[in-house]
Design a protein around this ligand. Structure first.
Ligand SMILES: [Mg+2]
Ligand SMILES: [Zn+2]
Length: 221
């Protein structure tokens, strides 16, 4: 019997080559966004508070955002990764503290369908933050990734987390195997969380092939 894999993927800066949410704000919000973002990184604001304060100073029409989203690209190795993982008994979820407003069209642009959890932006003259997957016990995240990891990992499955940023910290700590880069890699290093460093999804394929094929951690057989 093979142990099933459950793979949780961050979107911004992981599946998507760039952090789309960050670049959206950088491009369309007034300069004060940097101070608001700093407060979020320091844990002084929840995602919902940070997002709404930022959206309040963001000037972009729905069509401007739509065009911007469609310019965005996925990690160059991601389609190959999906093809490779399709040969394993694996479930895949995108867990994002960003917005489905761009996840859906970017995946569609590449002809991909992957279940995702994310926040949502509504437009009513200005942009309004909505979160469908917050967790009252957490109170920090918009989309609380760790509660999704918990809910979607069946007993006996091996969970894998792949991410790059601040919003991945809590969820990554709950997974059996962590692949990290940038801020998430620094966090893992500082907190003695075992992780594999990756640069892109070609690395992810190499790393997971090695782990899946290994004796001690063998997943499968
Ligand atoms: Mg990210
Ligand atoms: Zn949370």
């Amino acid at each position: 019997m093979e142990k099933p894999l459950v793979i949780f993927l961050d979107f911004d800066g992981t599946v998507a080559y760039r952090d789309v949410g960050y670049h959206m704000v950088k491009r369309f919000a007034a300069p004060d966004w940097e101070e608001i973002n700093r407060m979020w990184e320091e844990g002084l604001l929840s995602t919902a508070q940070c997002a709404q304060k930022t959206l309040d100073i963001m000037k972009a029409s729905p069509s401007e955002l739509e065009a911007f989203f469609l310019e965005q690209e996925l990690d160059p190795g991601f389609p190959a990764f999906l093809e490779w993982i399709s040969t394993w008994p694996a479930s895949i979820y995108i867990v994002s503290d960003g917005y489905d407003n761009y996840i859906a069209p970017i995946l569609q642009k590449y002809g991909l369908a992957i279940p995702y959890y994310a926040n949502h932006l509504d437009y009513a003259g200005g942009w309004i933050f909505t979160s469908f997957h917050s967790n009252p016990e957490c109170g920090k995240c918009g989309t609380c990734k760790s509660s999704i990891v918990q809910a979607q990992t069946p007993p006996g499955a091996v969970s894998v987390y792949i991410g790059d940023g601040y919003s991945d910290r809590c969820a990554a700590g709950r997974c059996d195997i962590v692949l990290a880069k940038d801020a998430l890699a620094r966090h893992c290093r500082e907190n003695s969380i075992a992780f594999h460093h990756f640069k892109d999804f070609h690395d992810v394929i190499r790393i997971l092939s090695r782990i899946i094929g290994q004796g001690e951690k063998k997943i499968g057989t």
